[in-house]
Structure formats: structure tokens, C-alpha cells
Design a protein around this ligand. Structure first.
Ligand code: FAD
Ligand code: NA7
Length: 532
């Protein structure tokens, strides 16, 4: 039976300049008593909370913590529905548990394997580098220990900041009431002035026989009990490429099944360089193909039937099939119809304007937003800014343009701004200048690493101020390289400014300050000391 939570008559208000005060809850205009004490004019508040956040991931937690700092009374509901394989995790959302963090650690594990081989060229005495192999169980345990420590710190932080954490799956009862379904099935009703949707998304499974029974997704891979072995990754988006990249780097036989193109939405020249580089490292690519069915053989291995572009059916056997075919926003589960919340038909996402949904007191941030970058810092930034607008008299709005990102493949591809195709579509080919260069990282010389795919590209306006519209970098530590240039783009970086920037030598980032060959010129962008 549903129970209504008791509305406390008093709540603790904390100000940076004041001691702790017990004041009747609710907030409106601040009153100043003397110099240091800030209190709030108290009016009767009909809701338990000022803000209830649905989803304790990147965006929800950032908004909740910011709102509490600004004096709001906040609760966060977070609940993880186990995967079909039974994988579940703690507080913190996708990034911490099954996204950025475990992914970066596995990426690092792959890079270290590569480094062991390189170390020999630098004089390290390693008994038999060809015999090294990864202990998946040790890696998985180390990664999961880190994830659990972050879960713990997150819970402590919420407690210290006095954000109420409720481990329940929330849905709308009405515009100001959320029902939270607890683990034991009991429902708890919570009322709030404002509600923030930050429920993120979960991976899709294709509608083919055996997909759910035998397939896994990124939600399972980072805590998989047994070594993945020979793996088929279905999907050539950001997540498919990254998972395939680290698995191959760890020595697992890895195949990517590509339905159409690599990295849809990214600069296609760069995407193809990434794929070529991965193929040279040993990743197999099956192009223009789709899985048809998965069966479990008597030996426990998975027999995958797949169809090529001509409709011909093929089979191969794998130990693991990982689907990375996109993600679904968890909005239907919120019962949006109970509050008249509109969803975008094709994506099920929310088309919010400045994080404001079509319902006045209901807001949304993060991966649930339609046509916004699905990235942790985007969710965090938008969540913080929203909380400041709601509770801190701020007017600052989230800028979703020129957000940098990196594909850890494992040679990284970092980019910010427009792709070459997008720039041409927006401005026309005649108005765009593309500068490019291959380069050879100094650290690649001694171990004679392949430099064929280290490439930079700057997309700029050809005339006027020659403003830079996009920057693309494939090479070591691309994420670190592109971050600073993202700040420069925010400050309206122009090509002359870039050229007048003195590089740091010997780094790979300095390659951006050296580009001068335009694609239009047809000159060879390969440096003489390189790739011969
Ligand atoms: P989430 O972090 O997904 O949090 C939503 C939370 O709400 C979850 O805990 C969910 O269980 C919970 N929830 C859902 N429904 C309900 C409900 N009804 N009631 C209560 N709780 C609910 N981004 C980067 O910036 N860099 C990266 O390197 C990167 N790598 C990634 C790698 C992988 C494999 C994946 C899957 C994602 C990666 N991302 C990366 C994306 C990043 O993880 C997301 O953009 C980010 O987590 C989105 O935050 P969010 O707050 O919108 O949702
Ligand atoms: P993406 O980026 O949407 O990529 C999905 C990939 O899966 C893409 O290559 C699709 O091919 C392919 N796909 C989609 N449906 C199918 C089916 N049914 N069968 C085979 N292949 C399919 O999703 P991700 O999961 O990589 O990442 C989503 C976001 O999460 C990403 O932006 C990160 O920021 C975090 P297509 O190009 O459509 O032909």
C-alpha cells in the first residue's frame, strides 16, 4: 500500500556565513540579520522537498549537490534495474559504474600491455615480453574495487551535504508527486516543488533470437566474471569501437560488425582513420552486416548467424557477443502520461528548452535530452547551471555547442566543434579551409611504432576572421590535447591566432600550431621524416 512520507515541519538550513539554524522549511526571499546571518522568510510550504531528482548519475547528482548548497531541500531517487545477465551496480550512474570510469581503466590496461612491448626497445629487461597476457579476473576485480570506492564516496558525500538519497525507482503520480518503488516493492510517495529528470539511458538489444539470452552490453563487460575470449562487438559507434579497442589491446580476438558507417556523427575521414588504425592493430571488421540469430552450442560457445549486404547468411563462433547498438532513454518508465510530459516520438527523449520540459516545474538534464551530447561533463554542467537558475538567482544557460570529446580506441581520437562535413554543409565548400598534417610523435621513433595514423585537422572559415570551427586529432593522449583547444574555441580562436601560438616541444599537441597545408592545395601532408 502506498504511504505518504511525513512532511517535516522543520528543516536544517545551512549558510556559508552562518551557523546551523533550525528554521521552518520552505524558502523565498533571503533576509539579512546583521552582517553574517542569512535566513529565509518562511512561508508555509506544501511539499516535502524543494527539488526531487530522478536519477543519481552524473547530471542528477551535480544538480542535487548544487541545489543543496544554495539552500534547497533535495532528495535523489536512484535505482538500477539489473541487466538480463543479472549485472547491477551502486549509486553514481552510468559514467561511474558502467561507462567512462571503468572504460578508461580498461583502456589504460590495454595501453600498458602495449607499453610492456615498447619498453624493451627503451632498454627494459623483460624476460619474455611475447609471453605476457592479461589476468582478466585481476583486472576486473581492480576495476570493480575502484568503482565500489566511488559508490561509497558518493553516498557519504550526499549524506554530508544533507541530500536525501532514496534507493527507489521513481515515476510520476502527478506534477508534484513522485512514487518511489523500493526494492521490496513498497511504494513511497514524495512531493516536491520542482522535479528534475536525470534518468539517463540503457543499452539496446537487437530484436533477434538469442540476443537477450546470450548477448551482453557495456553494462556487463566491466564486471564480467569470466574472460571475454573471442568477442564479436555489434555496432561501430563510440562505445563499440572503445570496447573492441581495449579487448583487442588485451589480446582477445575481436571483431566489429558494422551496419553502415563508422562513428556516425563524427568527422568521417577521422572515423575511417580510426578504423584503419584499429584494423592494423588486429581488430577484424565485418562491414555492411547485421546479426540474425545467436545460438548456444553444446560447448557453451555462441554461434552467430549474420547477414551481409547481399542477403547472404554467414556463421561464426564467439565466446562473447557484445551489443553496442545505441542506447534508450529511460523515460517511458516514468509514466510521463500522468503529468502530460511530452517525449520525442522517434527517440523517446525529452526536447527541453534550457532544460525546461513542457511541464513548468519539471526539468531534465543529461542523456535523456533530445539531440544533446551524451557525455558526463555535459550532464554535470547542465545540472549545476539549472540548480543555480532555480535556487541561486542565476541566469547562466548551458551552451551545448563546441563540446569536446574523445574516442579511446585505444589510439585516441579527440575532437571539438564541427566535422569537415558539418562545416561544409553549414557554410559551403568554398567558404571552408581545411588544414591538415600527418605527424610522428617523438616517443614512437625508438620502438618503431606505426605512425601512419597520427593525423591532425583544423577546419576553419576561409575568409573574414578565419575563425576555427573544428579541431580533430588522432594520436596519443588526444583527450588531453583537445581539452585546451576546446577552451580556445570557446574564446573564438582564429587560424592566425593558432599560428601565432608557440608550441611546446616535443609534444604532439604542438602539431596544431604547425599546420599550414590546406587540403585544397593538394600538397602532401606527410612530413619527410615520417612514414617512409
Ligand atoms: P546516468 O549517469 O545514466 O544516471 C542515471 C541514473 O538514474 C542511473 O543510475 C539509473 O539507474 C537511474 N535511474 C533510471 N531510471 C530511474 C528511475 N525511474 N528512478 C530512479 N533512478 C533511475 N561520457 C563521457 O563524457 N566520457 C566518456 O569517456 C564516456 N564513456 C562512456 C562509456 C560507456 C561504455 C558508456 C555507456 C557511456 C559513456 N559516457 C561517457 C557517457 C556518460 O556515461 C553519460 O553521458 C552520463 O553518465 C549521463 O549522465 P546522466 O546523469 O544523464 O545519466
Ligand atoms: P551509437 O553512437 O548510436 O552507435 C550505435 C552503433 O550501432 C552504430 O554503428 C549503428 O549503426 C549500430 N546499430 C544500431 N542499431 C543496430 C542494429 N539493430 N544492428 C546492428 N547495428 C546497429 O551508440 P553507442 O552505443 O556507441 O553510444 C551512444 C552514446 O553513449 C555515445 O554518444 C556516448 O557518448 C555514450 P548505424 O550507423 O546506425 O548504421
Amino acid at each position: 500500500m502506498a504511504t505518504l512520507t511525513r512532511i517535516p515541519r522543520f528543516t536544517t538550513f545551512r549558510s556559508k556565513n552562518a551557523n546551523l539554524f533550525d528554521l521552518p522549511r520552505s524558502r523565498s526571499k533571503p533576509l539579512l540579520f546583521g552582517k553574517a546571518i542569512v535566513a529565509y522568510l518562511c512561508t508555509e510550504n506544501k511539499y516535502t522537498y524543494d527539488l526531487v531528482v530522478l536519477g543519481g548519475g552524473s547530471g542528477g547528482l551535480a544538480a542535487a549537490k548544487e541545489a543543496v548548497e544554495l539552500g534547497a531541500k533535495v532528495a535523489v531517487l536512484d535505482y538500477v534495474t539489473p541487466t538480463p545477465l543479472g549485472t547491477k551496480w551502486g549509486l553514481g550512474g552510468t559514467c561511474v559504474n558502467v561507462g567512462c570510469i571503468p572504460k578508461k581503466l580498461m583502456h589504460q590496461a590495454a595501453l600498458l600491455g602495449e607499453a610492456v612491448h615498447e619498453a624493451v626497445a627503451f632498454g627494459w629487461q623483460i624476460p619474455d615480453p611475447s609471453s605476457i597476457s592479461i589476468d582478466w579476473c585481476a583486472l576486473k576485480t581492480a576495476v570493480q574495487n575502484h568503482v565500489k570506492s566511488v559508490n561509497w564516496v558518493t553516498r557519504v558525500e550526499l549524506r554530508n551535504k544533507k541530500v536525501d538519497y532514496i534507493n527507489a525507482l521513481g515515476y510520476f503520480k502527478d506534477q508534484h508527486t513522485i512514487a518511489g518503488v523500493m526494492k521490496n516493492g513498497e511504494e513511497k510517495l514524495i512531493t516536491a516543488q520542482n522535479i528534475l529528470i536525470a534518468v539517463g539511458g540503457r543499452p539496446n538489444y537487437p530484436d533477434i533470437p538469442g540476443a537477450i539470452e546470450y548477448g551482453i552490453t557495456s553494462d556487463d563487460i566491466f564486471s564480467l566474471e569470466q574472460s571475454p575470449g573471442k568477442t564479436l562487438v555489434v555496432g561501430a559507434g563510440y562505445i563499440g569501437l572503445e570496447c573492441a579497442g581495449f579487448l583487442n589491446g588485451m589480446g582477445f580476438d575481436t571483431t566489429i560488425m558494422v551496419r553502415s558507417i563508422i562513428l556516425r556523427g563524427f568527422d568521417q575521414q577521422m572515423a575511417n582513420i580510426v578504423a584503419e588504425e584499429m584494423a592494423e592493430r588486429g581488430v577484424h571488421f565485418v562491414y555492411e552486416a547485421k546479426p540474425k540469430a545467436i545460438e548456444k552450442q553444446a560447448d557453451g560457445r555462441l554461434l552467430v548467424h549474420w547477414v551481409d549486404k547481399d542477403g547472404e547468411v554467414h556463421q561464426d563462433v564467439y565466446d562473447t557477443v557484445l551489443f553496442a547498438i545505441g542506447r534508450r532513454a529511460l523515460t517511458k518508465e516514468l509514466k510521463p502520461e500522468n503529468v502530460g510530459l511530452k517525449l520525442v516520438k522517434e527517440s523517446g527523449k525529452i526536447d527541453a528548452v534550457n532544460e525546461q520540459t513542457n511541464v513548468p516545474n519539471i526539468f531534465a538534464v543529461g542523456d535523456v535530452l533530445h539531440k544533446k551530447p551524451e557525455l558526463t561533463p555535459v550532464a554535470i554542467h547542465a545540472g549545476k547551471l539549472l540548480a543555480r537558475r532555480l535556487y541561486g538567482n542565476s541566469t547562466a544557460k548551458m551552451d551545448y555547442t563546441n563540446v569536446a570529446t574523445t574516442v579511446f580506441s585505444p589510439l585516441e581520437y579527440g575532437c571539438v566543434g564541427l566535422s569537415e562535413e558539418q562545416a561544409i554543409a553549414m557554410h559551403g565548400e568554398e567558404k571552408i579551409e581545411v588544414y591538415h598534417a600527418y605527424y610522428k610523435p617523438t616517443e614512437f621513433f625508438v620502438p618503431q611504432k606505426n605512425v601512419k595514423h597520427c593525423y591532425v585537422k583544423v577546419v576553419a572559415l576561409r575568409h573574414d576572421d578565419q575563425r576555427i570551427l573544428g579541431m580533430h586529432f588522432i594520436g596519443p593522449s588526444a583527450g588531453e590535447v583537445i581539452q585546451g583547444f576546446a577552451a580556445a574555441l570557446k574564446c573564438n580562436l582564429t587560424f592566425p591566432m593558432l599560428k601565432s601560438t608557440v608550441g611546446i616541444h616535443p609534444t604532439t599537441a604542438e602539431e596544431f600550431t604547425r599546420v599550414f597545408i590546406t587540403k585544397r592545395s593538394g600538397m602532401d601532408p606527410t612530413p619527410q621524416s615520417c612514414c617512409s
